[in-house]
Design a protein around this ligand. Structure first.
Ligand SMILES: NC(=O)c1ccc[n+]([C@@H]2O[C@H](COP(=O)([O-])OP(=O)(O)OC[C@H]3O[C@@H](n4cnc5c(N)ncnc54)[C@H](OP(=O)(O)O)[C@@H]3O)[C@@H](O)[C@H]2O)c1
Length: 285
């Protein structure tokens, strides 16, 4: 019996990954959902999934949650700024409990990515390299859902406003990343690997056109200079730090840092990655 665990199983990606494991025929009793709040996964428990409670800030609980686990899909935490200590706890617990394989959700081009988000992912990738555990780095580009979540705002203004220029983003829906993560987790080889994962890339103008079409909304992309974009964020009430953070994401997009070939994702999926129109139609069509 091989036991596979998923952290962040109450989150969007983790929940999809648990479903992907079950869809691939992994018996529910061999799947461990690591969560902070078990009430959020009562449905998974009812299906026979083992639910174990651990906060990344609690080393003893994380160690208990990973006991007996062979393969771990380590979904990066969502508390930016706290993740170095949290992720160290998870990797050390995995070492202590004898986890044989970890697949970790990192960020596109983590080694050179200029966004503030990449710092904690680089740190975690280093921890994993040094851990001696077979490690698969799933360097995910953006989720398509990052954009659909902003649809009400786009609709209110008729515009997607940014400073990304003609930069392309290889976004894919979370479901593709989850399915690929599970494929990588369950594979026996290569022992360790780095995958740059993303779907067919698009510019923000293309996003506006397809999203407008799919939702029957008049949408256009309005590209601003970095200074004007940041000034707009400040005028909207964001503090300087948050505005700088959001601007950095735009500049990384403009520089093509989130544009990766779809090859790795498609190899793991064994099928074409979901294209933007299909993803948007499924999510908000
Ligand atoms: N590629 C992208 O575009 C993109 C976008 C956003 C985020 N991300 C990254 O990808 C991860 C998964 O994305 P998602 O959409 O599934 O995020 P999400 O829905 O916010 O899920 C985050 C998960 O992490 C859990 N978590 C957070 N802090 C924790 C802690 N201290 N201890 C234990 N569990 C903790 C959350 O538990 P609770 O349910 O208890 O809060 C939740 O299950 C994110 O956490 C983030 O690192 C990537």
């Amino acid at each position: 019996m091989t036991t596979s665990a998923v952290t962040g199983a109450t989150g969007h990606l983790g929940r999809l990954a648990v479903s992907a494991l079950l869809d691939r025929g992994v018996p529910a009793g061999d799947v461990v959902a690591v969560v902070r709040d078990p009430a959020k996964v009562a449905d998974l428990a009812a299906r026979g999934v083992q639910v174990r409670v651990a906060d990344y800030g609690d080393p003893a609980a994380v160690k208990a949650a990973l006991t007996g686990v062979d393969r771990l899909l380590f979904v990066s935490g969502s508390e930016a700024g706290q993740r170095e200590a949290q992720h160290r706890t998870v990797v050390e617990a995995a070492q202590a409990t004898g986890v044989r394989r970890i697949a970790y959700t990192s960020i596109a081009r983590a080694d050179t990515n200029s966004t503030p988000l990449a710092v904690e992912h680089r740190f975690t990738e280093e921890l994993l390299r040094a851990s001696g555990i077979d490690s698969v780095l799933l360097r995910n580009s953006w989720y398509v859902e990052n954009y659909t979540a902003q649809l009400p705002q786009y609709r209110a203004t008729g515009a997607i406003v940014g400073a990304a220029g003609e930069g392309r983003v290889a976004a894919a829906p979370r479901a593709d990343y989850a399915e690929a993560a599970v494929a990588a987790l369950l594979a026996d080889s290569p022992a360790s690997a780095t995958y740059e994962l993303g779907g067919p890339a698009f510019t923000m103008s293309e996003l506006a056109a397809v999203l407008g079409d799919v939702t029957g909304t008049d949408l256009a992309y309005r590209d601003l200079s970095p200074a004007d974009f940041e000034a707009g964020l400040l005028a909207a009430g964001l503090d300087q730090g948050t505005a700088g953070f959001v601007l950095a994401l735009e500049l990384a997009t403009a520089a093509g840092e989130l544009d990766v070939p779809a090859t790795d994702l498609e190899r793991l999926l064994g099928r074409p990655a979901t294209d933007l129109r299909t993803a948007l139609t499924t999510l908000v069509g």
